[in-house]
Design a binder for this molecule. Sequence first.
Ligand SMILES: Nc1ncnc2c1ncn2[C@@H]1O[C@H](COP(=O)(O)OP(=O)(O)OP(=O)(O)O)[C@@H](O)[C@H]1O
Length: 629
Amino acid sequence: MSEGTTVAVQDRIDEVEAPLRRVFREYGLPRIHWFAVAVAMNLVARLSALVPALVLGTAIDAVFNETGAYDLPLVPASWIPNQPEAQFWFSVSLIVAAFVLTAVCTWAQGITSDVFAHRSLHAVRVDTFRRMQELDMAFFDEQETGEAMSILNQDATNLERFLDQALKNGTRLIIMVLAIGGLLLWINWQLALVTLVAVPVMALFTWWFSRTVAPRYDAVRSSIGDLNTRLENSIGGMQLVKTANTEEFETERVEEASWNFYTTNIDVLKIAFVYRPGMRMLAGLSFATTFIVGGLWLFSGPPLFFSGELTVGNFVVFIFMTQRFIDPLAQISNIIDWTENARASGKRIFGLMDTPVRIEDDPDAVELDAVDGEVAYDDVAFSYDGEETILRDVSFDADAGDTVAYVGPTGAGKSTAVKLLMRLYDVDEGAISVDGHDIRDVTVGSLRESIGYVSQETYLFDGTVAENIRYGEFDASREEIEEAAKAAEAHEFITDLSDGYDTQVGERGARLSGGQRQRISIARTVLQDPDILILDEATSAVDTETEVLIQRSLDRLAADRTTFVIAHRLSTVTDAETILVLEDGRVVERGTHQELLEEDGLYANLWAVQAGEIDDLPDEFVDRARGDS
Ligand SMILES: Nc1ncnc2c1ncn2[C@@H]1O[C@H](COP(=O)(O)OP(=O)(O)OP(=O)(O)O)[C@@H](O)[C@H]1O
C-alpha cells in the first residue's frame, strides 16, 4: 500500500534543527558584506561612544586635580599637549570628534543592518512562497490557508526582527561587554571584578530563561496560525455566516482561538515577568556595589581586601562605564525574546521548505508538445490517504478528438480520475499516458499546458475582466481576448459592464454572477487552446438559459480535441464516444449512450430517472449513493 498523499508539515516542523543558524547560513551569508559593514560600524560607534567618559576621567585627574598624567590608551604621547589649558581644549576636541563619529557610524550601521535583514527576508519569503506552490495539492487539501499565510507573513517578519534587531543588539552587546570589561580591568582590575561578578550570574539566569521559554514560543507560533485560519475561514465564508445567521457562533469561535493565543502568550510572559525584572535587579545590584566599593575607596582608602589607589577620575570613568556595561546586559531579555520567537518561526518556515515535493519533473522528463490527444488509463488505482482506495482498476483508451464522459453517483471518484490526468496527484498503481508517454515521464509544465480545465468552481483573481481571460496566456492581444470571449458567449455581457473588458471583477470575481464568472473562465480556456479539455460539471452552477449558452460554447471548444466530461445531467453526454460509469471507484459499465441503455444497468436507470420515465432509482442504488452498502 502506498503512503498516500498526506503531507505532514507538522512532522517536518518538529524535525527542523538549528533554524536560525540555517537562516544565517542560507540567506545571511550571500549578503554577508552588508552584515560585515554593519558590524564594523557598530564596533566603531560603540568604541567611540566610550571615548568621552574616558577623556573626562583623564581630564579630571590631569587637568583639574593635577593628580595624574594625561595619557589615553591608543593615543601617542607626542599628540598630547603639555599645558593644562591646551590639554583641556584637546579633551574637548576629542569628545566632540567622538560624538560625531558615534553618530555617523550609528547611522551607517542602522542602514546596513536594515538592508541586510530586509534583503535576506525578501529572499526567504519569495523562496517559501515558491516552495509552497511546488507542493502537491495534498498540501493545500490539508493545510489551512490562514496557517500558510501566517507562515509567509508573521513568521517571516519574526525572522526579519531577529536578523535586524537581535543581531544588531547582540553584536552591540558583545562589543560593549568585551570593550568595557577590558577597559574596566585596565583602569582598576579589582574594582572591575566587583562589577563583572554579575556577568556569569546574568548569563546563567538567561540560559535558564531561554531553555524554559523555547517550547512556549512554539505554542505561541502555532496558536497564531490557528487564529489566522479561524479569521480567514470566517471572513471567507461571510455570505454563509450572514445567511445562516451564525455571527454569534463565529464570534465565539474567533474568541476561543484568540483566547488560546492569549493564554500561550501569557505562558511566555509568566516566565518573562520573572526574568526581565530579575535581570534589571542584577544590573542594579552590580551598579550599586561598584558605587559603594568605589565611594568607600575614595573616602578612606581601599576597603576590605582591596589594595592600591583609585583616583576621582578613575571613579567617574567607572561609574559611567558600569552604567553603559550594565544597560546592554539588561537588554539581553529582548534579544532572547526576539531570538526565541524567530527560532519558532524559523522552524515553521523550514518545516514548509523541507516538505518534499512529490510531483516534480523526472530528471529525464521530456517536453510534451504537438499533442494529438490520445489518452490511456491502464489499471489505475489511487487513494488520498493511503488507506481508503478511491479508484481501482480504471482502464480505458481514448482516441485523439474523442469525448469521454464520466458519470455515476456522487463520491464515485469522477473528479479524482481527471485530477490524476493533470497530475494534481500521482497514481498509486497503474499508469496514465498521453500520446503514448507515461505522464510521469513528461514535464509537469508541458503536460498541464496541454490540458484545459473548466470546473464548476471558477476562480477569478482580483483585477479586470481582460486580465482574468488572459491569465496564463499573458501575451494575448486585446483582439485575441475578445475573440475568446465571443467563442465563450461572454463578449456581449462584458461589453455591457460599466468599463467593458476593463471592469474590475472584485475579489474572487464577487461583482459578477456565477454564470458570468463561468463564461470568463471558459474564455480563458478558449484562449489557452489546449489539446485536451476537461469539463468538470462546468454547467452545474448556472440557470437553464445560461446553460444553453455555455453548452454551445463548450461544444465548440470540445469539437476537435480530446475531451473529458463529468456530468450529472446525462443529456449533456449522449454524444460521447465513450461513457464510463463509475461506482465506488470502479468502472462498472462502459459504452456509448445507446449501448448503455441496452445494457439496462445503472446508467439506464439513471437515464430513466432523469428522463422522467421512472420516478425513483431502485433502492439498492439509493443505498449505495448514501454509502449504506
Ligand atoms: N482532497 C481529498 N482528500 C481526501 N479525500 C478526498 C479528496 N477529494 C475527494 N476525496 C474523496 O474521494 C472520493 C471521490 O471523490 P470525487 O470528488 O472524485 O467524487 P465525484 O465522483 O467527483 O463526486 P461528485 O459527483 O459528488 O463531485 C470521495 O469519497 C471523497 O470524499
